[in-house]
Design a binder for this molecule. Sequence first.
Ligand SMILES: [Fe+2]
Ligand SMILES: [Fe+2]
Length: 176
Amino acid sequence: MGRLFNHYVNSYKMNTPEWKEYLEIAGDLYNSPQLQRLSEVEHHFDINRLQHIRSVAYLSYVVSKKFGLDTVEAARGATLHDLVYYDWRENDWSHRPHGFRHPGFAVKNAYLLCGTITKKQKNIIKRHMWPLTPIPPRYPEGLVVTLMDKYCATIEIYYSKSEKFKKRLSKRVGNI
Ligand SMILES: [Fe+2]
Ligand SMILES: [Fe+2]
């Protein structure tokens, strides 16, 4: 768990060899205006959607590499997993209930961004909210992404709610 947390910290530093490898695989997506504009959307309180996606994608890449899984599918699927542009707190029923519906919106936006995506990437995005949505991911890369999504969400909420933890993480990362 300590090692995973170190990787989480590195997702903010963006200076490791693994970060370079990640960018070689998914930099076209990560650096696209569609992704970069998500830095303006709140995701988990003090953490914006781009930060969340970056952490999930980086961790999914690192963990998939460790287990000999398909790092390209994991990194690209994870980078697209929350590609929605609205603030889910807005009182707008066109996107509610967010937890159930946003994977479908993200799939649509992924097609709009990429033209096409692989079957595996589509499944990674569509099933990432499991077990809230009842059908689990079909591929091990999808399981990695859904687990990393929960891990990052937990840290991000804790970071936002605990001044002590915020200081601890900021000390290691600098300004988040
Ligand atoms: Fe999500
Ligand atoms: Fe997510």
